[in-house]
Write a protein that binds this ligand. Structure first.
Ligand code: SAH
Ligand code: F3S
Length: 484
């Protein structure tokens, strides 16, 4: 792991190696799963667990016990792929001890590397891309007799709309609900459009049914997930890019992201609603008004920008420039006062100059983000940038610029958390604090973590907490009673 304290890397790191345990009802076959990368992968693993539960698998958190090991992988940066390869190496001894053991690779790396995996990593038996999980039972059958199996076909339709995910390793309070799959944006640095395919949206009724079901099971918060949630578009099924070919009737009755937010907010009025990830070029004002209109939609927007320089944004094919992004920030501040905003930033994209980098820092000064996920550029095979641009910024320059971005963010995060001291905020309790048994932790609507003495409160409670102290990442306070 890079020693730069990047929050998302930390998050990924903390989740890596986390075994997803499912109390199974299966026939004795044991599945061990690990998930890497984005929230969508964690959500997909819950879909995979559901599909394999029906096929007789129960999950285990013991590698030694496993008949099948699945790694749900990430390709977003080179380091993410290296982590998976190192993990696979560690399974060599297990496979020697138990020749019957099957090892499978799922997710973005499966989609990117495809059957080449079988040559590059000899111990891999199964390679399954993100749209092919329904085929897992057939593929496992195909593997009888020691054969290898692969399905990396990307789909125009697959949204797993009717699969009830098995909630794995969660806190029983917050859950993910996927709403779109794929991305059509083609940012020049990004591998996602290649590994996750074209954009398609899930039937809103199945989304609402899943949210209602989660509420009935005691969940208190849902995060609607997609690579690009603002691009959500339901017109009866099919790819987003084919919308213009749909019938006039289908077009006029289509459900857009703002409509979906209104629908979900009304369907589960006592649940908190979050969503991720928003894309500046696709985020329209109707979405901002929907957030403002509903008490139960959290006042927090993750709005990746990647760079503060219009020239670099153009090279990245981001579809907006610095001024347009700033105008969107201004509209957010106006329509949703107090709204928290976070970012993703990349340092050292090809051709980035010190002036471009200074523009990134000055954009950060303008927005004063609540927090951010910050990375240095990592060239990904087959992307436009890899094919057409030279990765010309030396690693030490990328890292120095990243360090400057991170330290600027820390100043802003500290300012922001300090501004909450003395206020009383509503906190949804997610669990016991990792540092102290006597404390609980939860989040505010702004997605800021709050820690406070447990008393008689418990996970799932909505508590009024008076904030007494703050670190750049955490608020510390004292409960004042239940929120009404
Ligand atoms: N829309 C997505 C974004 C996926 S990638 C979502 O749902 O989160 C997450 C972040 O990784 C991007 O916003 C970008 O900041 C970073 N990233 C993507 N490709 C990268 C690359 N080649 N090098 C470094 N960082 C990258
Ligand atoms: Fe990647 Fe850009 Fe889509 S970052 S996921 S291509 S919006």
């Amino acid at each position: 792991m890079e020693k730069n304290g990047v929050e998302r890397e930390l998050l990924e790191e903390s989740r890596q190696g986390e075994a997803l345990v499912l109390e199974g009802i299966g026939t004795g076959k044991k599945l061990y799963m690990e998930s890497y990368g984005c929230q969508m992968n964690f959500s997909d693993s819950e879909i995979v667990a559901s599909i394999l539960q029906k096929d007789g698998y129960e999950t285990t958190n013991s590698l030694e016990e496993a008949d099948l090991i699945l790694l749900n992988t990430c390709s977003i940066r080179e380091k993410a792929e290296q982590t998976v390869r190192t993990r696979l190496d560690q399974f060599n001894t297990l496979k020697k001890e138990n020749p019957e053991l099957k090892i499978g690779v799922l997710g973005c790396m499966a989609e990117r590397v495809k059957e080449k995996f079988f040559q590059e990593e000899k111990l891999v038996d199964l390679v399954v891309g993100p749209d092919a999980y329904r085929d897992l039972p057939n593929l496992l059958e195909e593997m009888d007799g020691g054969r290898k199996a692969v399905n990396v076909i990307l789909s125009k339709e697959e949204t797993y709309h009717d699969i009830e995910p098995v909630r794995l390793g969660g806190n029983g309070v917050t859950a993910f609900v996927s709403i779109t799959r794929g991305c059509d944006n083609m940012c020049t640095f990004c591998v996602v459009p290649f590994t996750r395919g074209r954009e398609r949206s899930r039937n809103p009724q199945t989304i609402i049914d899943e949210c209602i079901q989660l509420g009935a099971e005691g969940y208190k918060e849902i995060t609607l997930l997609g690579q690009n949630v603002d691009s959500y578009l339901w017109y009866g099924g099919g790819l987003k890019k084919d919308f213009t070919k749909a019938s006039p009737m289908a077009q006029s009755t289509a459900v857009h992201f703002a409509d979906l937010l209104h629908m979900v907010a009304k369907a589960v009025p006592s649940m908190r609603i979050r969503f991720s990830t928003s894309n500046p070029q696709d985020m329209k004002d109707d979405v901002l008004h929907a957030i403002a209109a509903h008490e139960n939609i959290c006042k927090y927007i993750h709005l990746p920008v990647q760079s503060g320089s219009s020239r670099i944004l153009k090279e990245m094919n981001r579809g907006h420039n610095r001024e347009e992004y700033i105008a969107l920030i201004d509209r957010i501040r106006k329509i949703i006062p107090g709204c928290a905003i976070s970012h993703d930033m990349i340092s050292g994209f090809p051709t980035e100059t010190e002036e471009d980098h200074a523009e990134t820092l000055s954009l950060m000064d303008y927005v004063k983000y609540e927090f951010g996920y910050m990375f240095f550029y990592s060239e990904r095979p087959n992307t436009y940038a890899a094919r057409k641009m030279e990765d010309d910024i030396p690693l030490e320059v990328k890292k120095r610029r990243l360090a400057e971005i991170i330290s600027r963010q820390q100043v802003h995060s500290a300012e922001r958390t300090a501004s909450y001291v003395g206020r009383t905020l509503e906190v949804l309790v997610e669990g016991r604090s990792k540092k102290s048994e006597a404390d609980l932790y939860g989040r505010t609507t702004y997605n800021t973590v709050v820690v406070f003495p447990r008393e008689d409160y418990k996970p799932g409670d909505l508590v009024q907490v008076e904030i007494e102290r703050a670190t750049p990442a955490t608020l510390i306070g004292k409960a004042k009673g239940y929120a009404s």
